[in-house]
Design a protein around this ligand. Structure first.
Ligand code: FA5
Length: 350
């Protein structure tokens, strides 16, 4: 065949091939198209096979046209294949790889403080306590004055206070973020009559520097028992039972004298440090071998009197504990700041 005829033939083939490609709408028909037009035994290859029989000039011309046609058809085929895959995906007919592993669903958990609060409440509810809650924004009257801590009393230094920017009629700052849950002792005694056996979990705030065992925002659980004939033996028995329920019988418990203006006598209770259990002392227990978990004592008769209870008839005990410190002892956590720094690696351990 002459060179010119082959050129005509190759151009006609290109046109027909592109029309046929437009009509190929499935994977199978595209593959048939590829085999019959650009495959090894396809129409284009069979035309180009005739090149050696042409004159050198025609060979060069047809060779160059043939290459352009081949590139065009291969590119058009690739485009058609791609748009077919795309439309299959958007027509709700996606190609699904059933061997792919599924996406892991992470399940939420209760915060470690919530978990320990529930454990503490369960222990005391089992001993007949009733759980109540109170306000975090409190009056000076409840947080200090009714607890036998008048204005300018040096004991106020024990609680570094965050005051609310508010002044009463005497131009005094009288509203604050509660520094402890003890104001609830006053609110409860104001509104109820003995026998009382109440537990108050809640958040407290102090304007103080943080370290391994101190946060400026933390929880406390307050306990109050008032009735006829309540003694220090009841206080110790209740708190020993609590320590036994939470920590088992192996942990050591220590009571020492402490001072709080609203109890008399006052005490602190500590548990042996988990971090240096042989009692040598470490960073966590500040070298003492013990971690203080609560303050306690017999309700001061002055507080009872101030609320209209006759101290010659009624006596009571109260305690205030730090649940984060209890969780630290129970789970071996060596820094309280981990609780509220929102690190999922820490939180997911509990
Ligand atoms: C009080 O706040 C008293 N209201 C406790 C009390 C209640 C005594 C009833 C007598 C009768 P204290 O400041 O020691 O006391 O705190 C009590 C507990 O709260 C501590 O033992 C500790 O476990 C926890 N706690 C105190 N300050 C912090 C803090 N900055 N960060 C974390 N926990 C704290």
């Amino acid at each position: 065949m002459a060179g010119n005829d082959l050129i005509e033939e190759i151009k006609a083939l290109e046109q027909n091939a592109l029309i046929a490609l437009d009509e190929a709408q499935s994977k199978e028909s595209l593959e048939e198209w590829r085999i019959s037009y650009i495959g090894r035994k396809g129409a284009l290859t069979s035309i180009l096979r005739q090149l050696p029989s042409l004159t050198p000039e025609d060979r060069r011309l047809l060779g160059s046209i043939g290459n352009k046609v081949k590139t065009n058809l291969e590119q058009s085929f690739a485009n058609a294949e791609q748009s077919l895959t795309k439309s299959a995906n958007t027509n709700g007919n996606p190609s699904v790889d059933v061997t792919m592993p599924g996406r892991q669903i992470s399940i939420g958990k209760l915060h470690p403080t919530t978990q320990i609060l529930r454990e503490i409440c369960d222990a005391f509810v089992g001993m007949g306590f009733q759980v109540v809650e109170g306000p975090e924004v409190e009056w000076d009257h409840y947080n200090f004055e009714k607890l036998n801590i008048p204005k300018d009393h040096p004991a106020r230094d024990m609680w570094d206070t965050l005051w609310i920017d508010y002044e009463n009629d005497n131009r005094e700052k009288s509203m604050l973020m509660r520094t402890h849950t003890s104001p609830m002792q006053v609110r409860i005694m104001e509104n109820s009559q003995p026998p009382l056996r109440v537990l108050v979990p809640g958040k407290c705030y102090r304007y103080e520097a943080t370290d391994a065992t101190h946060e400026s925002q933390f929880y406390q659980v307050e306990g109050l028992v008032v009735d006829q004939g309540i003694t220090f033996a009841n206080l110790k028995g209740t708190l020993y039972e609590f320590a036994r329920l939470l920590f088992g019988t192996d942990r050591k418990v220590r009571f020492r004298v402490d001072y709080f203006p609203f109890v008399e006598p006052g005490a602190e209770m500590a548990i042996d440090c988990f971090s240096c259990s042989n009692g040598e002392g470490c960073r966590v227990c500040k070298g003492t071998g013990w971690i203080e978990i609560l303050g306690a004592g017999m309700v001061n008769p002055k507080v009872l009197e101030g609320l209209g209870y006759d101290p010659s008839i009624y006596t009571g005990f109260a305690f205030g504990m730090g649940p984060e410190r209890i969780a630290m002892l129970k789970y071996g956590i060596d820094d309280i700041r981990l609780f509220y720094s929102n690190d999922v690696r820490f939180l997911s351990q509990f």
